[in-house]
Design a protein around this ligand. Structure first.
Ligand code: MRU
Length: 343
């Protein structure tokens, strides 16, 4: 399966990403040479979006393992475990990061007494498997979700849940890519998504590339559009879904879900099972990342507020399960029983 856009890839033993901070102005490939590069790339949003973070973390662990010189099994395992713990501190909310790191750790735990060379191979294979599985899951999400798109629809999305946010096919945007490939005619409203503008910079760029008609709006315009009956459905991605369906996603998602509920607009979350955290009972157990104030004070280096304006900058919010009409997954659409705004 081919990625729509390559976000993270391994080539001749080297690890590369597109630096998403520079899009859409520059499409710059960056090599991540060691585990610190991988950590920083995740932390500073060079690579972002829950599934993409999981993929790059897995590749990062594999890269570091392959570069480790020791032939001593114990030292090798300790080094890799240290790298796994280190990457787990890069960002707290996206469950895919922990899903991928747990799988890498399991490779070590299940290996028995095999050689360092064999361990290296198994870690590299597991990282490839995590990537390939994500690609397939995202495509299936698209196929399943495309059934919801009807000709003439106006769909709203928030943040970037596109190819860039995954192994290369997207979740919410996969629904649009597949719907387009089936000849459906529809239009997407794209929230700009302050503070970091993933909608304006990344989603708009991806939809343009794919030839899908879209209109960019400021985040505070969505309610007005819904009031005018201009939005038929909303689809977003997710960073972590608790066992009861409460969903962490980019800040502003909750407001949209409330607006959608009020205006009787179906609100869907598209995500692979690697985003579902069975260990967290509900949204209260999800750690929401807080980021630095400059992301809010500044837009692309230009300060728009008093330079020392106090800032609160939660990167995500939690949408209660009761506001979500259904989860578009690789295994089908999980509709919430009893939830019905339209049908
Ligand atoms: O801070 P970001 O850009 O990593 O946040 C990304 C999102 O909130 C996405 O909607 C989510 O990760 C789903 S990506 C398929």
């Amino acid at each position: 399966m081919e990625a729509v856009i390559r976000t993270v890839w391994r080539e001749k033993g080297r690890l590369y990403i597109i630096d998403q901070r520079l899009l859409p102005d520059k499409e710059k490939t960056v090599e991540l040479k060691n585990i610190r590069d991988v950590w920083s790339a995740i932390r500073n949003l060079s690579i972002r979006g829950a599934p993409a973070i999981g993929c790059v973390a897995a590749y990062g662990v594999a890269l570091s393992a392959l570069k480790t010189k020791t032939g001593d099994r114990k030292i090798f395992v300790k080094t890799v475990e240290r790298d796994i713990k280190y990457l787990a501190t890069s960002r707290p909310t996206a469950y895919n990061l922990f899903f991928a790191l747990d799988r890498m750790e399991k490779v070590l735990k299940d290996a028995g007494n095999v050689s360092v060379a064999e361990l290296k191979k198994r870690l590299a294979d597991e990282a490839d498997a995590i990537y390939e599985e994500d690609l397939k899951c995202c495509y299936k999400i698209g196929v399943n979700g495309a059934s919801l798109i009807k000709n003439g629809m106006n769909v709203l999305t928030h943040c970037n849940a596109g190819a860039l946010a995954t192994s290369g096919f997207g979740t919410a945007l996969s629904v649009f890519f597949v719907a387009k490939s089936k000849g459906k005619k529809f239009h997407v409203f794209v929230d700009e998504t302050r503070p970091v503008l993933q909608g304006a910079r990344l989603t708009a760029w991806e939809l343009k590339k794919a030839g899908i008609p879209y209109t960019l709006i400021c985040d505070n315009m969505a309610g007005y559009l819904m009031q005018q009956g201009k939005i038929d459905m909303a689809v977003t991605g997710a960073d972590r879904i608790a066992a009861n369906g409460d969903t962490a996603n980019k800040i502003g998602t909750y407001s949209l879900a409330v607006l959608a509920h009020y205006h009787k607009v179906d609100f869907y979350v598209a995500a692979p099972f690697s985003t579902f955290d069975p260990c967290v009972k509900n949204g209260k157990g999800i750690v929401v990342e807080e980021r630095g104030g400059d992301e809010v004070r500044n837009i692309r280096g230009v300060c728009l507020s008093p330079k020392d304006a106090p800032v609160y900058n939660p990167a995500f919010d939690i949408t209660p399960a009761g506001l979500i009409k259904g989860f578009i997954t690789e295994n089908g659409i999980i509709k919430r029983p009893g939830f019905g705004t339209r049908d």
